[in-house]
Design a protein around this ligand. Structure first.
Ligand SMILES: [Zn+2]
Length: 656
């Protein structure tokens, strides 16, 4: 075991108290960049605007309705003694109530809503009534007829639930309200410090989440003990203290190797990524650059070797865990929605620390493909697992029926373990917090769409931009300067990996003319000049559909190709194929260049079929049929037209 930083080193001079303006989910005290929060970035329309409207109008209500209907919120009333009956749902359903409260808090921060505010306060009051005298709060443990507190750290998810409550409190604080939920969270965090702090039990929770929550709560409250406790939880992990089972060893819990000594993300994907996000926060606030570098290196290997084209991670259905390097089968992709969200959380933290655009690329890819595929177009059903190849169309799911786990071809309205829908809700409500940063001197735009940026630079000067784009439908992004200091200011735009060498940037207005040319490998382009209101930076990204090929070590798709359009991965569904042809029959004709078609592409296909026989292997290759064309559409939109078969990767029949 290594020696670690002394406890007194965690008292960061930058930990501040509650901010007065609207913040975002993450507010590190140092880093190459500083996140701009919901007070500085406002989504005004486009795809993200529509998704936020869907969240506000449907998804949040949908989650609330289900959790009232099946008694998950009433679990708090049962503990408070105002309702009778047994605890409903598995042990950790409290976490879904908290993630919904987080979504509601961000949403209320985005715009006032009297009805939502009343609902929010109503649930918080019910949660408050279930808190024990000493701050403990959980509806499955520690009360009459229940198991004692902290007697099942491996599987009880007590601190996991506590972490989600604390993150909901952070959302409330960052949206300007130091009220009841923050008070509940302080009492709970104080209890946890007593129970698990330096003088408490040397234990960790089976499911990380408390680490990232406590670190951010320390930032939001200025309380260094919360950061100290978060650090202890990270440092205690990896020493085999959690009990294992036949199928879940120490690796499953990331309890096999200390975080700072690990070489790759492994085990249960959501656990690994939440832990990594927390470790980054702790490393940043304690000046532990060794820990930060360790997590970054583990994550870079994960991006390079354990990520699907969609950005989805965690290939194995078994244990919801990472597979080996390059083990990325399309038809058995687990790629849980929550793992994708956790990957975005980690990418954002590393982007802010390093300024490295590859993390913004990963956020874009993951959000637009692996996260947005989860909610159905009407916001009333969700994917939990996200396959890249659906062999059987299956049957439509009942919108009134609870699903065990989404392994069906269609999205389900709610799950026995329903972590993903509420995770989608909180992410959509706070997604503006992942769009832009400042380095104090200027502004960096990492994601595109329709939004405004209005913030104050280090010199106290205002800078306001209006970003106008129908991205990712359209590759034209207009950045209109609304207000800017009279001095020279750098404004940076990200050039996505797929656009490098083909993107164009032009500046029009009073200050036009100067500036360096865009290089073929530039990941970031900075326009640095004295801007006047009305000046426009125009970014043009090439949106022609293109073939993508996997590293040959990804055996499952060797010899196959996918089609992407801008940042969107496309998918072929059987409903877009001629009658009698299934996605299993087709090969991609690479001699036919894909033709742009709305958000998708028209591709050339050939059919390869063989009669089914008693033995599926023959000495000859099955014959190739005639050429035809079909439309591929964004992967995120698949299975919105009834049951279908689908594939992202297709065998290539010629050339390429
Ligand atoms: Zn999930």
């Amino acid at each position: 075991m290594r020696t670690h930083n002394a406890v007194n080193s965690i008292t960061s001079p930058h930990l501040t108290s509650v901010p007065t303006s609207l913040g975002g989910p993450v507010a590190p005290s140092r880093g190459a960049l500083r996140p701009l929060g919901l007070g500085d970035v406002t989504i005004t329309g486009g795809l993200w605007g529509r998704m936020q409207e869907l969240n506000a109008d449907v998804i949040i209500d949908h989650c609330l309705g289900w959790m009232e209907r099946i008694g998950w919120i009433a679990n708090f009333d049962r503990v408070a003694g105002t309702a009778s009956g047994h605890h409903a749902g598995i042990e950790f359903v409290d976490s879904e109530v908290y993630k919904l409260l987080e979504a509601m808090a961000w949403e209320l921060g985005r715009r006032p809503d009297a009805v939502l505010d009343e609902r929010y306060r109503g649930i918080v009051s019910r949660v408050a009534a279930a808190q024990d005298e000493d701050g403990y709060l959980h509806t499955s443990f520690g009360h009459a007829g229940q198991r004692a507190r902290y007697t099942d750290l491996e599987w009880g998810h007590e601190l996991y639930c506590h972490g989600h409550l604390i993150q909901a409190a952070v959302a409330r604080l960052r949206t300007g309200h130091d009220d009841e939920l923050a008070a509940i969270a302080r009492r709970l965090a104080d209890h946890l410090y007593t129970e698990f702090g330096p003088d408490g039990r040397m234990a960790v929770c089976g499911h990380p989440e408390i680490e990232v929550a406590l670190a951010e709560f320390a930032r939001a409250t200025g309380e260094p003990r919360y950061l100290e406790l978060a650090r202890l939880f990270v440092e205690r992990r990896g020493h085999g203290t959690l009990g294992t089972t036949l199928f879940q060893g120490h690796e499953y819990f990331q309890d096999d190797v200390p975080v700072r000594d690990a070489e790759v993300l492994r085990g249960h994907a959501v656990r690994a990524l939440y832990l990594s996000a927390g470790a980054v926060d702790i490393a940043v606030e304690t000046g532990d650059d060794e820990l930060l570098a360790a997590v970054e290196s583990q994550y870079l290997r994960t991006i390079a070797r354990r990520s699907y084209l969609t950005g989805g991670v965690g290939a194995h259905h078994q244990n919801e865990e990472f597979g080996d390097d390059f083990e990325l089968p399309s038809d058995r992709a687990y790629a849980e929605t929550c793992a994708a969200i956790a990957s975005v959380m980690l990418s954002w933290r590393l982007l802010v620390q390093t300024g490295d655009a590859r993390y913004a690329d990963q956020i874009e890819r993951t959000l637009l493909n692996a996260v947005l595929v989860s909610p159905r177009a009407d916001g009333r059903a969700f994917y939990y697992a996200n396959t890249l190849h659906q062999r059987a169309a299956g049957s439509a799911t009942d919108d009134d029926e609870l699903s065990e786990r989404a392994e069906a071809s269609m999205r389900a309205p709610w799950f026995e373990v329903s972590c993903c829908p509420t995770n989608v809700a909180r992410t959509l409500a706070s997604v503006a917090g992942y769009f832009a940063t400042t380095d104090g001197a200027g502004v960096q735009l990492h994601q595109y769409g329709s939004y405004t940026v209005d913030t104050t630079l280090d010199g106290g000067e205002r800078i306001a931009l209006s970003v106008e784009s129908d991205y990712p439908h359209d590759g034209a992004v207009r950045i209109v300067v609304v207000d800017a200091p009279t001095r020279t200011v750098p404004i940076s735009v990200r050039i996505p990996l797929w656009a490098r060498g083909r993107a164009e940037v032009a500046v029009t207005g009073a200050g036009a003319g100067a500036g360096a040319a865009l290089g073929a490998t530039d990941a970031v382009f900075t326009v640095e000049r004295s801007f006047s209101p009305g000046d426009v930076i125009e970014l043009r990204l090439p949106m022609e559909p293109r073939f993508s090929h996997a590293h040959p070590r990804i055996d499952a798709v060797r010899g196959q190709a996918a089609v992407e359009r801008g940042p969107l991965v496309l998918a072929l569904e059987d409903v877009d194929l001629p009658e009698g042809i299934d996605v299993e029959h087709v090969e991609l004709d690479a001699t036919f260049s894909p033709v742009d078609d709305l958000d998708g592409a028209i591709v050339g296909l050939r059919r390869r079929t063989a009669p089914e026989d008693e033995w599926p292997y023959t000495a000859t290759v099955a014959e190739l049929g005639e050429f035809f064309t079909a439309t591929m559409r964004p992967y995120k939109d698949w299975a919105n037209r009834g049951p279908s078969t689908m594939r992202v990767w297709m065998p290539v029949s010629a050339g390429s």
